[in-house]
Design a protein around this ligand. Structure first.
Ligand code: 5CA
Length: 444
């Protein structure tokens, strides 16, 4: 992409309303535009990152055996009256009336709707387990929308739903999602720790929130320090028993504020291993048995010839929140530092003398080669001063910058800057291209 043709409305001033780094940088880097409290347009740069996150989430869901579908944002109120949640959900639910006076709502989550789909089509244990997901906008009329996309009112969520014949099988589905989440967040460059969590309006007893530690996080969390050192499981056989992996993560103390027990924490965790910190909730998984299947009559015939209510779980990832969460975990004073896996463009090319034939030609050549290698470069072909280009590129946080000017070109070199480390190397243009291509090897 040529910057001269892109839509990248950068802000010079930091908006006063933005309290945390990710919100400031998302506004300054032209990623989002706010229209109302917690309601945003996703501008091209922001959308590109969010789509990359969604792609990784999707790949890891598929690997775990989940099957994608799409449910609507608008739901009939009757479904929620059946489950009993229409009144329970309170003011967070946006209630709508259509022209014939029928009660609708903008979905804050989809347990009822998927339970309805399940009861329509699935009759026998032979068709279980089922694990379905979609990536869809949600609306929650939050009391305090804040921190930009981190706590929005309209936000993008990946939500999966599992249906099993009994609780043992339901826990197997739960474990699959647990492990898929560890891999998903690792690919996003995040150390997300699963913690015992309260279930709120979703329900059930078995539940974990996945949190990344950050001073600006909204939740207070307590955990054993060793949990912050564990690697993601990586390639695992999702057909096998994953309990060992889950046990490794759940044996040590890790709880959100609501579930925290100071006495147990002091007894179970050595003093030098006690971590009390703030966290950003990027995912939340629930196993709630027949909470929805029972009132809604979602039954299947079991191998015993009797009808059983499906045992269910649901599993959410805050896809739009993650855009902010990744920035909270990875930035400096100058701007964002994207992990390679979600960077909106793989590298930036800075033309320091746009209009100069040799410089233009060298830039065009690098641009073509990076593009052909699948790096998706952003070419700053604008006529601005070098200083403007440097700070703009640092702000939007592409992993690599190739700085091309007439002085270096005289000696046959360009400068490559690695955004994360600040390291600079003088390389020939083809070495520069090769270096960047190498960095992306193995990152999908
Ligand atoms: N039905 C369940 C699981 S599918 C559910 O709705 N869970 S949840 O309420 O915990 O939401 C799932 C994830 O969505 C959260 O972990 C969080 O990452 C994200 N999320 C929740 N509320 C917001 C919000 N207001 N803004 C942005 N992301 C949010």
């Amino acid at each position: 992409m040529r910057l001269s043709r892109y839509f990248l409305p950068l802000l010079k001033e930091t908006p006063a309303s933005a309290e945390i780094a990710s919100h400031r940088f998302m506004l300054r880097a032209g990623m989002v535009k706010q229209h109302s409290a917690g309601i945003y347009s996703w501008l091209p740069l922001g959308l590109k990152v969010m789509n990359k996150i969604a792609d990784i989430v999707r790949e890891e869901q598929e690997r775990a055996g989940a099957v994608e579908m799409l449910m609507p944002t608008i739901q009939p109120a009757e479904l929620w009256r059946e489950s009993g949640r229409y009144d329970d959900y309170g003011k967070e639910m946006l209630r709508i009336e259509d022209r014939s006076g029928r009660a609708l709502l903008y979905g804050p989550t989809n347990e009822e709707m998927l339970t309805d789909i399940f009861r329509t089509f699935v009759r026998s244990y032979k068709d279980l387990p089922q694990l379905l997901y979609h990536i869809q906008w949600k609306f929650r009329d939050e009391v305090r929308p804040r921190f930009g996309v981190m706590r929005g009112r309209e936000f993008l969520m990946k939500d999966s739903y599992s249906f099993d014949i009994d609780m043992d099988a339901a826990v197997i589905s739960y474990n699959k999602m647990f492990v898929a989440y560890l891999n998903t967040f690792a690919r996003l460059g995040l150390q997300a720790v699963p913690m015992r969590a309260d279930t709120g309006p979703i329900g059930g007893d078995l539940s974990h929130e996945f949190l990344i530690l950050a001073d600006t996080g909204e939740s207070e969390v307590f955990c054993h320090a060793d949990l912050l050192e564990l690697d993601a499981p990586g390639a695992v056989d999702f057909g096998a028993d994953l309990q060992a992996i889950v046990n490794e993560r759940t044996a040590l103390y890790a709880r959100t504020e609501e579930m925290h027990d100071a006495e147990i924490f002091a007894k179970d965790v050595p003093k030098d291993k006690q971590v009390s910190a703030r966290g950003i909730e990027v995912g939340h998984i629930f196993c709630f048995g027949d909470k929805y299947s029972k009132p809604m009559g979602a039954k299947v015939m079991g191998p015993d010839g009797k009808e059983h209510f499906a045992q269910m779980g649901s599993y959410g990832i805050g896809v739009s929140r993650l855009v902010g969460g990744i920035i909270e975990a990875s930035h400096d004073e100058a701007g964002i530092i994207w992990p390679l896996s979600v960077a909106p463009f793989g590298a930036g090319i800075l033309n320091l003398r746009a209009g100069d034939d040799d410089t233009d030609k060298a830039c065009e050549d690098i641009y073509a080669k990076l593009g052909a290698a699948g790096i998706d470069p952003l070419y700053d072909d604008k006529a601005d001063r070098g200083g403007v280009k440097f700070s703009r590129m640092d702000l939007i946080g592409l992993p690599f910058q190739i700085i091309v000017g007439p002085r270096g070109l005289k000696d046959g070199i360009v400068e490559v800057k690695t955004r994360k480390t600040g390291e600079r190397q003088n390389l020939t243009p083809s070495e520069a291209v090769n270096f960047i291509v190498q960095q992306f090897k193995g990152i999908s």
